[in-house]
Design a protein around this ligand. Structure first.
Ligand code: MUC
Ligand code: MG
Length: 382
């Protein structure tokens, strides 16, 4: 068969294990390292694109692990793309949807890489394929999750001093609710008037625990409560959203547009945390944001603590949202001890600046990647 130069030649899934700058304690996992799941798609003419399917804590946060992402791409998803013309992005995404159920993270990485290629061919930033930018930078929150109140306060002070972050999200739900409340309010008071504080419970509470804990958090000036109860209990989330004035945000409850639609219909949340991989890809995440917008809900640009590729892919989408009332938390690369991009992302004046170049606008450092990838014996990437 005659194949065009734009035919897809290789699809590669690459795992990279990197230590974090400190332990990152969530109710579901304590991260001492992060495993990046990267995807590289190359065409016959040498044009290439990158995507990322990084998750948190193996299988402790979501249903896909770095290893399942790699296996499923290698074995099931890559064969759907190989030899196809990369310019037909819509057709290829349809083929992925029809050819495999679920696997939102893996599909998001492939979609990102296909869009990166397409945008590069057209010479435009990826955001142009998603509706076009309405902003060139995004406010970025930082997560305090060392597990220690004093250390968290010192960390927040340092971030304020550097003008890097002035919105802090506290990870709670691991300890008894009363201990968590005391921890949060101590930090809130220490930062009073200089920074805002919100919490993420990562599904840890029952509805009754949430009722008891949210009341003092609300009275103490915490501005946002993220995913207090399990994803399986949308009615409980809805009751909490109705009961409290402090906004309730859905994160793990949102696995894409169908969930977004259900939550909106049930008035189950005041704010949606939009994540590209958890939504199933950039276009699916866009739909989640649109459902929030038509229902008058708040929007927040979430992260799975990705490295630079997934972070910038998210930023390319979030920069197209008309309203982004709650900012973003696209700080993933700053939690890692190694920089994997040729040019580090620019965080300045409490915001992440979007690159202006074509596609994602960033590139991985191939030498570093070759040295750090889990299967170091694999052929070099050049
Ligand atoms: C989550 O649940 O929001 C985002 C920031 C962070 O520290 O963890 C993630 C996941
Ligand atoms: Mg969350």
């Amino acid at each position: 068969i005659l194949r065009p130069d734009t035919a897809i030649d290789t699809v590669e899934a690459i795992l990279v294990d990197l230590p974090t700058i400190r332990p990152h304690q969530l109710s579901v996992a304590t991260m001492r390292s992060q495993t990046l799941a990267l995807v590289r798609i190359r065409c016959r003419d040498g044009q290439e694109g990158w995507g990322e399917a990084t998750t948190i804590g193996g299988l402790q946060y979501g249903e896909e692990s770095p290893e399942s992402v790699k296996t499923n791409i290698d074995r099931h998803l890559a064969p759907l793309l190989l030899g196809e013309d990369a310019r037909g992005v819509g057709r290829l995404l349809l083929k992925l949807r029809r050819g495999a159920r679920g696997n939102r993270f893996a599909k998001c990485a492939l979609e990102t890489a296909l869009l990166d290629i397409q945008a590069r061919r057209l010479g435009v930033p990826l955001s142009d394929l998603l509706g076009g930018r309405v902003r060139d930078s995004l406010p970025v929150a930082w997560t305090l999750a060392s597990g220690d109140t004093g250390r968290d306060i010192a960390e927040a002070e340092a971030m304020l001093e550097q003008r890097r972050h002035r919105v802090f999200k506290l990870k709670i739900g691991l300890r008894a609710p009363e201990e968590d409340v005391a921890h949060v309010l101590a930090i809130r008071r220490a930062l009073d008037g200089r920074a805002s504080v919100r919490v993420d419970v990562n599904q840890a509470w029952s509805e009754m625990q949430a009722e008891r804990a949210i009341a003092p958090l609300q009275d103490g000036g915490v501005e946002l409560i993220e995913q207090p109860v399990p994803r399986e209990h949308p009615a409980a989330l809805a009751r909490l959203a109705r009961r409290f004035a402090v906004p309730i945000m859905a994160d793990e409850s949102l696995h894409g547009p169908a969930d977004a639609n259900q939550l909106a219909r049930q008035d189950a949340a005041d704010v949606f945390a939009v994540k590209i991989a958890q939504s199933g890809g950039l276009f699916a995440a866009r739909q989640v944001a649109e459902i929030a917008a038509v229902n008058g809900l708040g929007l927040y640009g979430g992260t799975m603590l990705e490295g630079g590729i997934g972070t910038i892919a998210s930023a390319q989408l979030f920069a197209t949202f008309e309203q982004l009332d709650w900012g973003s938390e696209l700080f993933g690369p700053l939690l890692l001890t190694e920089e994997l991009l040729t040019e580090p992302l620019c965080y300045r004046d409490f915001e992440l600046r979007l690159p202006s170049g074509p596609g994602l606008g960033v590139r991985p450092d191939l030498d570093k990647l070759a040295a750090l990838r889990r299967d170091r014996t694999a052929p070099r990437l050049h």
